[in-house]
Design a protein around this ligand. Structure first.
Ligand SMILES: NC(=O)c1ccc[n+]([C@@H]2O[C@H](COP(=O)([O-])OP(=O)(O)OC[C@H]3O[C@@H](n4cnc5c(N)ncnc54)[C@H](O)[C@@H]3O)[C@@H](O)[C@H]2O)c1
Ligand SMILES: [Zn+2]
Ligand SMILES: [Zn+2]
Length: 375
């Protein structure tokens, strides 16, 4: 079938994106779903910093590629062998297909699925297939097995989570990346207990989801840190108890003084080594520093080895919020519906596919938390 899709023809591309137009809206041929695959009509797709990182080269991926990995949609057609979904059901996509059989999947760590990561790195579906064809002969790669910036997507059944019909598709889309990663890092990676203290460094859609996750987990103090005063104000509005400007020269001393030596869990959600170092410095003795930020390849950080040991510190990477998507996405949606996780407040704006390049400028400038494309 012929569909419209936003294709990144080359990378890296510099902004402003409304001028350089890294994504071209093209009509492409989409194959029907193969065995174990599903055709989904995309309802809504959010713009995440990880898409921006593919455009600006911080996260190298093969091109041409149909970007987008945070979305909701409706099941349109089932490939051979898919019997546990029905046409018309609402789904949220997860940005890592999980095979269910590899060593890490059977160990309960779906977020590390080996074939899933290999397929995402290669820009294919879990089966190894590519389903897009351009008139000029190009066969665009798939982004994270999803390729959400398109009217329809063919994806592995393993990329799809059935969710309730009873949620606005624009809100549902946010659960595919920002909420799964942000809340999951608090709940699964850090296992925050009621009464503990949490700091989040970097307040985009992912970091603010962590703020909401920490509040829902009963943290006694939720500290929000960013370079932008607007983001701090937003975090206070969501319920953060303390806010600090990351660029203040004495921010570490301020946090440590206010929080009795630091926080139990400091979570880096900016995708920057500077932000990670700040998170490490404000973690208290015996505490955990977690990071889901995806810094540019080649970045590294240095920490004083002796306090890692003497203070029994933990450093923990977090991919996909250490989530099992079919377990966690419906649960987080249910928390949202009961008013415990007001992620609708992370929605800054919506717009059509045709305006996607200008919308990436807004994300790049920190002017939106989540902008969602409506189809
Ligand atoms: N690990 C995963 O599974 C996963 C999933 C999704 C996104 N990510 C990554 O998470 C990060 C956040 O994504 P997002 O979409 O929320 O991004 P975003 O661009 O919306 O937000 C990033 C925020 O970090 C702030 N920031 C930048 N440098 C900072 C610093 N030195 N100190 C404090 N704050 C700083 C910015 O002002 C901005 O508010 C990105 O690196 C993204 O690639 C990882
Ligand atoms: Zn994302
Ligand atoms: Zn697996």
């Amino acid at each position: 079938m012929k569909i419209r899709a936003a294709i990144l023809r080359r990378s890296p591309v510099k902004g402003p994106y409304a001028e350089s137009m890294p994504l071209s809206i093209e009509t492409v041929e989409l194959d029907p779903p193969g065995p174990g695959e599903v055709l989904v009509k995309i309802s809504a797709a959010g713009l995440c910093h990880s898409d921006l990182s593919v455009i600006n080269g911080d996260r190298p991926r093969p091109t041409p590629m149909v970007l987008g990995h945070e979305c909701s949609g409706i099941v349109e057609e089932l490939g051979a062998g898919v019997s546990d979904l029905k046409r018309g059901e609402q789904v949220v996509m997860s940005f890592l297909p999980t095979c269910g059989h590899c060593a890490t999947c059977v160990d309960g760590r779906a977020q590390l699925c080996e074939p899933g990561h290999a397929a995402n790195g290669a820009g294919t579906l879990l089966s190894g297939a590519r389903r897009f064809h351009c008139d000029d002969g190009a066969e665009p790669f798939h982004h994270s097995g999803v390729s959400a910036f398109a009217e329809y997507a063919v994806v592995s059944r393993r990329s799809v989570v059935r969710v309730t019909q009873d949620i606005d598709p624009v809100h549902a889309a946010l659960f595919g990346c920002a909420v799964m990663t942000g809340v999951g890092t608090v709940v699964n990676t850090c296992r925050v207990r009621p009464g503990q203290t949490v700091a989040v460094v970097g307040l985009g859609g992912v970091g603010l989801s962590s703020v909401l996750g920490a509040l829902a987990s009963g943290a006694s103090r939720v500290v929000a840190i960013d370079l932008s005063e607007d983001k701090l104000a937003l975090a206070r509005g969501l319920g953060a108890t303390d806010t600090f400007v990351a660029s203040d020269p004495d921010v570490v001393e301020q946090v440590r003084a206010e929080l009795n030596g630091g926080v139990d869990h400091a979570i880096e959600m900016a995708g920057s080594v500077k932000a990670f170092e700040l998170a490490y410095k404000i973690t208290k003795r015996g505490g955990k520093t977690a990071t889901a930020g995806l810094a540019a390849p080649g970045s590294s950080f240095a920490i004083p080895a002796v306090n890692l040991v003497g203070e029994e510190r933990t450093i923990h990477g977090s991919y996909m919020g250490s989530c099992v998507p079919p377990r966690d996405i419906p649960h987080y949606i249910s928390l949202f519906q009961r008013g415990k996780l007001p992620v609708d407040k992370l929605l800054s704006s919506t717009g059509p596919l045709d305006d996607i390049n200008a919308a990436f400028d807004l994300l790049n400038q920190g002017k939106v938390v989540r902008h969602v494309i409506r189809f």
